[in-house]
Design a protein around this ligand. Structure first.
Ligand code: FAD
Length: 469
């Protein structure tokens, strides 16, 4: 049987290789380290964790990342097996001994008879005679390969930095203060003239907001990030605030073309706009609000915006060196490049964010590629599972919009906002008591995770996606 080639031995590539081999297909894993380094990796080990050693919450009942852990365990993930075996104490989080973790992944793959590991850079598109390849080269894909992908997919298809604006759960926005309206009631493509949620600020509120942005604690760029030219033309809101008090009011916070129906006689001094981010309509992103404020500061400062006092954030903002595709446009539902289906993509390069999410996308890509090689049919995981929700974000759940600035598809961690809403959210507790506030939110999360694990079992049980033990 001809091998499947996996390029990149990081979180996604190692998991993909494992899933392929475990299902009985041969795989060649190409990793460029130590022949060629990246700016962030420090070792030669596969699946190196380049920064924190945390896989975040391990709570599979009420946390979306914990649910993803559990689903991966049930799908026979090597990354999760190595993480569990190298766990270090971290309360409710799953943290690992990074060297032990990387060594476990490396030795397991090296020992597998169907896996060949080649230490080399793939410095262009995979050779034409590789009929199935998975590109899992991550946020620091080597320049030669990145340029080849860009040439094959188009100028705007591959981004070299992300410009992440915070995303808010729609049901946490106060619509007694905010309102739906597009500027000048203009109906854009697919819109109805009321496509944005608008949050009004008075002059005092705006001034206090600008002061808070300027004073807020920021994350600095890594030295190797600071020299990249790609950040030009995409300013964080705090930098705009520093450039002049009125800059934001003439940029993303301009108040023109909008009338507040809650106070039609009062013209807002500034307006923050949020735009629908996913087809499900559960998530709204803060337009033009990319920021390098520390996460805690973002929550504190953004909650001073009228309408967002109780905002729950599905994603906080950031600006980093990255490499990722405009996946919803370019990839099919099993992560193949529409224009060249012999190529699949996996990991952070597809527009997911985080170690675990990258490995999960690697897991799916590996299974899809193996099934194809073995002549089996593949169904993507149901959208109600954490895997399916993540895959839907990457391959079609996001709504592309046309505002100026960075393109709207940006990296995303797994979160409950990506899941289809429950048909019937729980309203009563086990003793029949009426649920309110945090208890209601918790019950909803429990119902979402229970539904996910049930549906995952159905997917595994369908036979077409038999779980590795
Ligand atoms: C500086 C930095 C810090 C981060 N910190 C965190 C964090 O704390 N927590 C978190 O959850 N996520 C973090 N991330 C985000 C992300 O989750 C990780 O980068 C994750 O490792 C991505 O997995 P991946 O498999 O897609 O890429 P990687 O794990 O980076 O794997 C890609 C592999 O491909 C290899 N490669 C690249 N180009 C080629 C080529 N042409 N030929 C052959 N091999 C190649 C690389 O050497 C690398 O081993 C961070 C990212 C960066 C850049």
């Amino acid at each position: 049987m001809r091998p499947i080639h996996v390029i990149g031995g990081g979180l996604a590539g190692t998991e993909a290789a494992w899933q392929i081999a475990h299902r009985g297909a041969p795989v060649v894993l190409h990793e460029m380290r130590p022949v060629r380094a990246t700016a962030a990796h420090k070792t030669d080990g596969l699946a190196e964790l380049v920064c924190s050693n945390s896989f975040r919450s391990d709570d599979c009942a009420t946390n979306a990342i914990g649910l993803l852990h559990e689903e991966m365990r049930r799908l026979g993930s090597l990354v999760m097996r190595a993480a569990d075996a190298n766990q270090v104490p971290a309360g409710g989080a799953l943290a690992v001994d990074r060297d032990g973790f990387s060594a476990a992944v490396t030795s397991t793959l090296a020992a597998h008879p169907l896996v060949e590991i080649v230490r080399e850079e793939i410095a262009g598109l995979p050779p034409a005679d590789w009929d199935s390849a998975i590109v899992a080269t991550g946020p620091l894909t080597s320049p030669a390969l990145a340029e080849a992908i860009r040439a094959a997919t188009g100028e705007d298809a591959l981004a070299f930095f992300d410009a992440i604006a915070p995303i808010v759960h729609r049901d946490s926005i106060d619509l007694d203060t905010a309102w739906f309206q597009s500027r000048y009631d203009k109906a854009g493509p697919g819109g109805d003239g009321a496509d944005y949620i608008n949050c009004p600020l008075s002059r005092e509120q705006y001034d206090a907001f600008v002061d808070a942005l300027i004073a807020g604690d920021k994350v600095s760029f890594h030295e190797w990030e600071a020299v990249t030219p790609y950040f030009d033309g995409c300013l964080p809101i705090e930098v705009m605030a520093e450039r002049g008090r009125e800059t934001l009011r003439h940029g993303p916070m301009k108040p023109v073309g909008l009338t507040n129906p809650h106070a039609p006689q009062t013209k807002p001094y500034a307006v923050v706009q949020l735009r629908q981010d996913n087809r499900l309509g559960t998530l709204y992103n803060m337009v033009g609000f990319q920021t390098k404020l520390k996460h805690g500061e973002q929550v504190r400062i953004l909650r001073t915006i009228p309408g967002l006092h109780n905002a729950e954030f599905a994603r906080l903002g950031g600006l980093h060196r990255n490499t990722f595709l405009n996946s919803p446009k370019l990839l099919d539902p099993t992560l193949r490049l529409n224009a060249a289906p012999r190529l699949r993509f996996a990991g952070q390069i597809t527009g997911c964010e985080g170690y675990v999410e990258s490995a999960a996308v690697g897991l799916m890509a590996g299974r899809f590629a193996a099934a194809e090689r073995l002549g089996e049919t593949t169904a993507p995981p149901p959208a109600t599972t954490a895997h399916g929700a993540l895959l839907a974000h990457i391959t079609g759940g996001h709504i592309e919009t046309i505002d100026a600035g960075p393109r709207s598809f940006q990296p995303m961690n797994v979160n409950f906002g990506l899941f289809p809403p429950l048909a019937q959210a729980p309203t009563r507790g086990p003793d029949g008591e009426r649920l309110r506030g945090p208890a209601k939110t918790l019950a909803k999360k429990r119902a979402l995770t229970a539904r996910a694990l049930d549906d995952l079992a159905g997917w595994i049980g369908s036979g077409r996606m038999a779980a590795a033990e």
